[in-house]
Design a protein around this ligand. Structure first.
Ligand SMILES: NC(=O)c1ccc[n+]([C@@H]2O[C@H](COP(=O)([O-])OP(=O)(O)OC[C@H]3O[C@@H](n4cnc5c(N)ncnc54)[C@H](O)[C@@H]3O)[C@@H](O)[C@H]2O)c1
Ligand SMILES: O=P(O)(O)OC[C@@H](O)[C@@H](O)[C@H](O)[C@H](O)CO
Length: 390
């Protein structure tokens, strides 16, 4: 069985590749990075190092790779023969891979061969987004044939995955913990395989929201507060007791959303948060604040990890002052190598903070006003972020 995976980056090799390999798939990575493509083709496999006490080494074999642009014809052929398509290219790149996936699906649709497509990106319903991007570029007859054969199931994916270079080779380094949750009722009922080491659920919403609004929100908070106080890594940021306390207060406020919306168990959620902070503080990891804080415009979007909880808690009349401080820390975030960070800083200088938050986060006038007051207080003196009241 062949798995076609778009994105041979950290999570693609460090997690999705491992699970598909353990489910007896041959792995073909599709990427645009020549270095990793050449490495995978040369070695026909790759190493994963687990961040456990033994630094366990895992070798993933039966691997090859193709370039999504230079070898487009081969990729289309492969989609025609493949058994599953998965992605981890970054949510903003789904639009770029949709034309080639469309061509491959049209080719195989003639044979009426069904296929599962799982987009694994940190956003709500990434597979639905990929489906929409493909639909947009199809004429109605093309879409009819794709719709008959392609099954787009949403997912939530959780494992801290980084990479390191050893002897000129990229090695995936990952924490032992992982969770891959898949929306089971959208999967192809006639698939000739079942996946082990994944969790199948009928209602994805609570799971992906818990991942984004607790795990990723926590991570983003440590990254943006860390950056505000000149720490280089998330692990250093977590050790600052004032930052740690503020992030815990922030997550305690976010927990209230899950209690109200899904009647989840409070103690289980508290335990989940403790476990998440312990995972993110794992000193075997050295996770750059600029990796975790990357693409702040995406992270400050209306449905993403920082703003969606603020909006929901406001709607429910629940406290969210800590979330607003974290969002403002994200608006203060600077990274000269990150296009989105530069764009946000330019917007703030040219249009002011109120118009910027309205455009980027699509918040109400009252919310924009509140965020701007916090922004000025923090801009005046970053220590103000820790005050009882701003
Ligand atoms: N790293 C993690 O800890 C982690 C955990 C859970 C989810 N995620 C999510 O997984 C996705 C990937 O994250 P990552 O950390 O692996 O990033 P990454 O940058 O390490 O990997 C992304 C890969 O996609 C490739 N790519 C980009 N555009 C492409 C295109 N048009 N065609 C083919 N390949 C393309 C890149 O070259 C790169 O190799 C993101 O959505 C991220 O939010 C990451
Ligand atoms: O990948 P992003 O940019 O959406 O978020 C950065 C990190 O929070 C993320 O990659 C985590 O490491 C991952 O989601 C852990 O499961």
């Amino acid at each position: 069985m062949k798995a076609i995976h778009f994105g041979a980056g950290n999570i693609g090799r460090g997690f999705i590749g491992q699970v598909l390999h353990d489910n007896n798939f041959e792995l073909i990575f599709i990427d645009t990075n020549n270095t990793i493509i050449d490495q995978l083709n040369q070695d026909k496999g790759y190493n994963i190092e687990l961040l456990d006490s033994n630094q366990t080494q895992i070798y993933i074999d039966n691997v090859s790779a193709l370039h999504s642009v230079k070898e487009a014809d081969k990729v289309i052929e492969l989609i025609d023969e493949g058994d599953i398509i998965t992605t981890s290219v970054g949510a903003h790149n789904l639009v770029h891979i949709s034309p080639i996936i469309k061509k491959g699906l049209i080719k195989r649709a003639g044979k009426k061969k069904t296929i599962n497509i799982l987009a694994n990106e940190n956003m709500i319903n990434a597979s639905d987004l990929l489906r929409e991007e493909i639909k947009k570029i199809c004429d109605p007859s093309e879409w009819d044939v794709i719709e008959e054969t392609a099954y787009f199931a949403n997912t939530s994916i959780d494992r801290q995955a980084l990479s390191k270079e050893t002897n000129g080779k990229q090695i995936a380094i990952v924490e032992p913990y992982y969770e891959w949750i898949i929306e089971k009722n959208k999967l192809d009922p006639n698939a000739n395989y079942s996946l082990k080491n994944v969790k199948m659920v009928s209602n994805m919403k609570p799971y992906i929201e818990r991942k984004l609004f607790l795990v990723n929100a926590c991570h983003a908070a440590f990254a943006y507060l860390g950056s505000l106080f000149d720490y280089a890594t998330v692990q250093e940021s977590i050790k600052d007791h004032r930052i740690n306390r503020l992030v815990r207060q922030f997550l305690a406020q976010n927990i209230a959303y899950f209690l109200k919306e899904y009647q989840m168990d409070k103690d289980e959620l508290k335990h989940f948060v403790d476990k998440t902070i312990a995972r993110q503080g794992n000193t075997a990891l050295s996770d750059d604040v600029h990796r975790v804080g990357r693409s702040p415009k995406r992270k400050l979007g209306p449905f993403d990890r920082l703003i969606f909880p603020i909006k929901k808690l406001d709607e429910l009349n629940l406290e969210n002052d800590k979330g607003k401080r974290i969002a403002v820390a994200a608006y203060c975030y600077q990274d000269k190598n990150d296009k989105e960070a530069i764009e946000i800083q330019n917007m703030i200088s040219e249009q002011g903070i109120i118009d910027t938050v309205k455009k980027v986060s699509q918040v109400s006038n009252a919310q924009a006003q509140e965020l701007s007051e916090i922004y000025y207080a923090i801009h005046h003196n970053r220590e103000n972020i820790f005050l009882e009241e701003i």
